[in-house]
Design a protein around this ligand. Structure first.
Ligand code: PBG
Ligand code: ZN
Length: 331
């Protein structure tokens, strides 16, 4: 048996920690992270979400302290989800200038003027049926919902939000929001579009956290079919044409191919949402001692970056920030 030609040996560049650092192709930074916050109008003390250990619904009075803690770790942004006391058929508390998210935006900006405060812009937390818009029979009425999205985005803008992030997968939602923001003078307010959002089983724990499970049916008539790849490119391109400043792919782990393809096909910053079910799986396995949580989470974050993500929305953000900091000091 003859030896293969070993002139080229990739292992030469793996021989020491420093040479591995020198040839590392992908970097994860604390500046890539966005931390989700659930603000519940009905509570006065934080409540842990049972399916998401370490994640809490917090009262309005805790928003300032939470935002300060996020800021102290160097994380540049938070995304707010509100759980209102009043829900109705159209989700009107979503555009109440004194609604829970509007109050949380003001509290967050007062606590930390520099924090980039993003507001998820949808209706599933505000409607009594849990769907992402106005119903017509059992269907979500796209165009009627657009009018309400305009009101909601404007109300968040007036409260001082830094980015609006429409997540309802309505056709034309970016153009509708952009035009109403511009008309009201908010020409500099960016839109991060949940452009490619799949009808996913991985959202289960979030719906416990945000109290937004649909009371009938599912979201398959507005969120995407997990089987579809070309449709993701179509959604992304439409949103860029309509004026989206950033795009998001969601969920993340089962859609790494989509992250890469959307990244390559567009020229705006790309966010990925490492969703509640992905978090829950890691926490459950770690709690059982089946995986090394830090190692698995950091590997996952790097995977998102390698796939093309510029920004990562993740419930692990505060842990990741601490681990990055510790590793920077101790190699
Ligand atoms: C609202 C919204 C959802 C998530 C973010 N925004 C839930 C859904 O569409 O059902 C999911 C986030 C997560 O699972 O962590 N439309
Ligand atoms: Zn929704």
């Amino acid at each position: 048996m003859s030896l293969p030609d070993l002139t080229i040996r990739p292992r030469r560049l793996r021989g020491s920690a420093n040479i591995r650092r020198m040839v590392s192709e992908t970097q994860l930074s604390v500046a890539d992270l966005i931390y989700p916050l659930f603000v519940d109008e009905a509570i006065t003390e934080a409540i842990e979400v049972s399916s998401m250990p370490g994640v809490f619904r917090i009262p309005l009075s805790d928003v300032a302290a939470q935002v300060n803690a996020v800021e102290a770790l160097g994380i540049p942004g938070v995304i707010l989800f509100g759980i209102p006391t009043e829900k109705d058929a159209i989700g009107s508390s979503g555009w109440d200038d004194n609604g829970i998210v509007q109050q949380a935006i003001r509290a967050a900006k007062a606590a930390s003027p520099d924090m980039c405060v993003i507001a998820d812009t949808c209706f599933c937390e505000y409607t009594d049926h849990g769907h992402c818009g106005v119903l017509h029979g059992e269907e979500v009425d796209n165009d009627a919902t657009l009018l309400n999205l305009q009101k909601e985005a404007l109300s968040y803008a007036r409260a001082g939000v830094d980015i609006v992030a429409p997540s309802g997968m309505m056709d034309g939602m970016i153009a509708a929001i952009r035009s109403s923001l511009d008309e009201a003078g908010f020409t500099q307010l960016p839109i991060m579009s949940y452009a490619v959002k799949y009808a996913s089983g991985y959202f289960g724990p979030f719906r416990d956290a945000a109290d937004s499970t649909p009371s009938f049916g599912d979201r398959a008539s507005y969120q995407m079919d997990p089987a579809n790849r070309r449709e993701a490119l179509k959604e992304a391109e439409l949103d860029v044409q309509e004026g989206a400043d950033m795009l998001m792919v969601k969920p993340a782990l089962a859609y790494m191919d989509i992250i890469r393809e959307v990244k390559d096909a567009t020229d705006v910053p790309m966010a990925v949402y490492n969703v509640s079910g992905e978090y829950a799986m890691v926490k459950a396995a770690a709690a059982n001692g089946w995986i090394d949580e830090k190692r698995v989470v950091m590997e996952t974050m790097l995977g998102f970056k390698r796939a093309g993500a510029d920004l990562i929305l993740t419930y692990h953000a505060m842990d990741v920030a601490r681990w990055l900091e510790a590793d920077a000091h101790h190699g």
